[in-house]
Design a protein around this ligand. Structure first.
Ligand code: SF4
Ligand code: SF4
Length: 444
């Protein structure tokens, strides 16, 4: 079966929320919408305290080439524009809005009708995607209009729609594919048109048979779009791993997917593109999983962006007494959240709760040179060596030589290590340092 060649692991998928349909979550009394919901420069707020806003109204404008528009997810009155801690703990500008009713911008098509005919030129479509604030919703949050506009001399041969959802526990994409397959396919057709009519593959892991069936049915009538069933293997959804699995092409160290003729977009992004271009709907809400064995009612919600995590959790039955750790994302690549007042963003696919028992680290022992971490690394790195150099301190040149910057922070090495060495912790810290050095060298 189709998969990537190097490394990978097989954690239990724990998709315990997979049968819970995406339920709309009513807005809370107050939202705090981050201006830094995308990769690149934060948006500049264009509203002030006391302003009235509608659902879908622009409240932040891009402040650079890699940046994005931000829209209000609610109707109401702006209560403040102020710095607040986001999910990652960074202090960034937020627009705080007191919610009043639920009045949408009348330009948004709220009907259930599927709009198939794709109108507009390439430039008009790109402008619409930009104006609607669409970013990669698989977690990277790279502005979609930039990714769909390759630099001169680069051409996309393949558009790969990522429905792998290989992270354990997360089920938001699975549900979206089962519930909104036609929109996802039309979104893919729009992006393929923008990219010059390239071949499109929608890639789904074998553990989602209902999603595969729904997407295959929706693809009939679209000869350029095909569903590929992939082997279940983590991190199948990594961009480079997906490109390898589908095209057998390797993205060289330091290169981008477009250098191999590929553009990868997540299924949720594809649906957001459909809504933007065909329904004139900006990205102000998304599907999000709230899950974990200790969660009273693991669910998938359609949440307005800017909703406090504590509010989302309440809708899933509240904070369980035995919850010890809150993670934004899945257990392999997700990040711990300390502040439950932080609010949902465009990249928020999952809120996972783990008990103390599930998070307890086993005692670390010495490396026994078993090589399991090297075998598991999907980037062909030597995690034991990167860890050793990282712990020695100041070994940035050697770390760069050993390609620490290629680490995708997937956690496969950590998952396999029989000595319970926190390999990724040390690698992550030192990777950030090496990246800083590389960036400052490039500026000179
Ligand atoms: S976290 Fe980095 S070093 Fe570890 S397996 Fe993944 S890519 Fe390799
Ligand atoms: S898996 Fe752990 S014990 Fe084995 S070589 Fe890697 S770091 Fe050492």
């Amino acid at each position: 079966m189709i998969t990537f060649k190097i490394g990978g692991v097989h954690p239990h998928d724990n998709k315990i929320a997979k049968e819970a349909a995406i339920a709309p979550l009513a807005p809370p009394a107050k939202v705090a919408i981050s201006m830094a919901q995308h990769l690149g420069a934060p948006a500049t707020p264009v509203v002030a305290k006391g302003d009235k806003v509608l659902v879908g109204q622009v409240i932040g404008e891009p402040s650079g080439f890699i940046s994005g528009f931000v829209h209000s997810s609610v109707s109401g009155t702006v209560a403040a524009v102020e710095p607040r801690a986001d999910i990652a703990g960074n202090m960034v500008p937020h627009v705080v809005i007191d919610v009043e009713g639920d009045e949408w911008d009348p330009a948004i098509d709220r009907s259930e009708a599927i709009v198939k005919e794709i109108k507009g030129t390439r430039e008009e479509i790109l402008d619409k995607i930009k104006a609607c604030g669409i970013v990669g919703m698989g977690g990277a949050t790279f502005p979609t209009h930039v990714k769909l506009n390759p630099p001169a001399g680069k051409t996309a041969e393949f558009l790969i729609i990522n429905g792998a959802e290989c992270e354990p526990y997360v089920t938001a994409d699975d549900r979206l594919m089962r519930e909104k397959p036609e929109g996802i396919v039309i979104g893919a057709a729009i992006m393929a048109k923008v990219l010059g009519g390239c071949k499109c593959f929608i890639c789904i892991e074998e553990n989602k048979p209902e999603a595969i069936a729904a997407m295959q049915k929706a693809c009939s009538g679209y000869p350029g779009i095909e569903v590929l069933k992939l082997k279940k293997k983590y991190p199948q959804g990594g961009e480079k791993q997906l490109i390898d699995a589908v095209t057998h092409r390797q993205v060289p160290s330091g290169a981008l997917p477009i250098d191999t003729g590929c553009v990868v977009q997540n299924v949720a992004t594809s649906y957001a593109v459909y809504e933007a271009v065909q329904k004139n709907k900006p990205l102000f809400e998304r599907a999000m999983t709230v899950t974990g064995q200790c969660v009273p009612e693991p669910r998938n919600f359609q949440v307005r962006l800017g909703t406090p995590l504590s509010f989302v959790l309440e809708a899933a039955g509240g904070v369980p007494a035995d919850a010890a750790k809150f993670i934004s994302g899945g257990p392999m690549m997700g990040k711990a959240v300390a502040n439950m007042d932080a609010t949902t963003q465009k990249g928020s696919s999952c809120l996972l709760l783990l008990t103390e028992e599930q998070t307890r680290r086993k005692p670390e022992s010495n490396c026994i040179r078993c090589g399991k971490c090297t075998d598991a690394c999907p980037m062909g790195l030597e995690p034991w060596l990167l860890n050793k150099l990282s712990r020695a301190g100041g070994q940035y040149e050697a770390l760069e030589e050993n390609k620490i910057f290629d680490c995708i922070e997937c956690g496969c090495c950590l998952y396999t290590c029989p000595a319970n060495i926190p390999l990724l912790d040390m690698i992550r810290i030192n990777k950030a340092e090496v990246m800083k050095i590389i960036r400052s060298r490039a500026k000179k």
